[in-house]
Write a protein that binds this ligand. Structure first.
Ligand code: PEP
Length: 247
């Protein structure tokens, strides 16, 4: 039985004092063992948020990392640095990074492999654009992005990673995928993993849905058989995130 995972993606929001007071507020309402709850926060807030959440069930994640172990990459952060700060999760390949920072499928794969090597859990994002869905290419796009993302991973690696199916047209738009649309793609992802790495890896891997999740739709989405929780942007920055966590 896979434990649900609800990850909040704060994106580039909240200054220091705001991050601290919001974390303190949420600590009181989303601290549960019924699901794994993760706050993926800007790098500069990692230590403060981690310290406020110490002793709770809530975990902290980063929103990106570089794939190199270390070196001359000014402005970048490595997986080793995150691991050394006891940050267990990192988002990899978010569509905003793919679009605005031109991250390629190959880079996403390298980041995921480096994260695993450092003992981090990568939350790997894949998803089709509106144009790709309208031209009925969703399944092919997902198959391709997934194959790149998990290249060179063993079945044991697969069992540790998290995949977030995030249709690009649903992110930050208020246009959520229906539970049937989301389930169909999450089931495809699991089937592909089963074909490549066997039933044990497919049963273990957690597959999230992301894209305008809200307190109103979290329950029906997260109750689908192949959806193991959500990656939540805008709604994770509101007090009502508590309703998403306790869907
Ligand atoms: C996200 O940031 O991954 C996301 C899904 O955002 P939102 O929930 O705001 O659509």
């Amino acid at each position: 039985m896979r434990k649900k995972l609800i990850a909040g993606n704060w994106k580039m929001n909240l200054c220091a004092k705001e991050a601290e007071s919001f974390t303190k507020e949420m600590k009181g309402t989303v601290n549960t063992d019924a699901a794994d709850v993760v706050f993926c926060v800007p790098y500069v807030h990692l230590s403060a948020v981690r310290d406020i959440l110490a002793g709770t069930h809530i975990k902290v994640g980063a929103q990106n990392m570089h794939y190199a172990e270390d070196g001359a990459y000014t402005g970048e952060i490595s997986a080793k640095m995150l691991a050394s700060m006891d940050i267990p999760y990192v988002i990899v390949g978010h569509s905003e990074r793919r679009e605005y920072f031109k991250e390629s499928d190959t880079e996403v794969n390298l980041k995921a492999l480096t994260a695993l090597n450092s003992g981090l859990t990568p939350i790997i994002c894949i998803g089709e654009t509106s144009k790709q869905r309208k031209s009925k290419r969703t399944f092919n796009v997902i198959r391709k992005q997934l194959a790149f993302a998990i290249d060179e991973m063993s079945a044991e690696d697969i069992a540790k990673i998290v995949i977030a199916y995030e249709p690009v047209w649903a992110i930050g738009t208020g246009e959520t995928a229906t539970k049937e649309q989301a389930e169909e793609v999450c089931a495809l992802i699991r089937d592909e993993i089963k074909a490549a790495h066997g039933a044990a890896a497919a049963d273990a891997v957690r597959i999230l849905y992301g894209g305008s999740v809200s307190p109103d739709n979290a329950g029906e989405l997260f109750s689908m058989p192949n959806i193991d929780g959500g990656l939540v942007g805008g709604a994770s920055l509101k007090s009502t995130f508590e309703k998403v966590v306790h869907f």
